[in-house]
Design a protein around this ligand. Structure first.
Ligand SMILES: [Zn+2]
Length: 231
């Protein structure tokens, strides 16, 4: 894990560091002093950082095919991480409706694309969400939008699942919430163990889905039924 040290003062070697300027890897074995690589990276335009990355990877950012790549990468990454600028409360807005329906509502197969925070490579798949209302129902399209709020960030699948469940739990205040995510991880498929066909399933439950095994089983059966493997 890489952390950006925001605190002013001295680092563990007693060297003076300025706020937000030292990138420190856990274990402290490889420390990158931003000062040492040519000044304050915070002031470097994003496309220049990408161009430098391309250079260090061994290609020439000035060749024709790569000329506009740094700008494209910036736009692309801003889009893929736009969840940082979104909140669950604003996303659901006033799409909460009083309703005395007390049966399980399931939204299946919501497409999900995210970036793993360890490699910044995509993981993608499907999200299945269920809740049992307790006076409020939420617009169905808002449920899908809520997935975007948390998926469009640097993530791990486990936390993504928890954050979706917790935000529904807080915003709708239902009797229970269940969230299941099944996803492929490109960091496993393209690198590392190169397991092309493995997929990861995570779940998070709140309220009735935790307390009542029949409710949980009904949800899992309905969301995993007629299951087609991801392509
Ligand atoms: Zn990864």
């Amino acid at each position: 894990m890489t952390t950006v040290d925001e605190s002013a003062g001295t680092n563990s070697d007693g060297e003076k560091v300025r706020p937000g300027r030292t990138l420190e890897r856990s274990g402290g074995t490889s420390r990158i002093d931003v000062e040492g690589v040519g000044g304050d990276l915070a002031d470097v335009p994003f496309p220049d950082l990408v161009a430098e990355m391309i250079r260090r990877l061994g290609d020439n950012p000035a060749r024709e095919g790569l000329l506009k790549t740094p700008e494209r990468v910036e736009k692309s990454l801003q889009f893929l991480t736009r969840g940082y600028a979104l909140s669950a409360e604003e996303t659901v807005g006033d799409a909460l409706f009083a309703e005395r329906h007390h049966n399980m509502v399931i939204v299946k197969d919501i497409e999900m694309y995210s970036l793993c925070e360890h490699h910044m490579l995509p993981f993608f798949g499907k999200v299945h969400i269920a809740y049992i209302p307790d006076g409020n129902i939420v617009g169905l399209s808002k449920v899908a939008r809520l997935v975007e709020v948390f998926a469009r960030r640097l993530q791990v699948q486990e936390r993504l699942t928890e954050e979706i469940a917790q935000s529904l739990w807080e915003v709708i205040q239902p009797q229970g919430v269940g969230v299941v995510i099944e996803a492929h991880h490109l960091c496993m498929m393209m690198r590392g163990v190169e397991k092309q066909n493995s997929w990861t399933i995570t779940s998070a439950m709140r309220g009735a889905f935790l307390e009542d095994a029949r409710t949980r089983d009904e949800f899992l059966r309905l969301c995993m039924s007629d299951h087609r493997p991801l392509r």
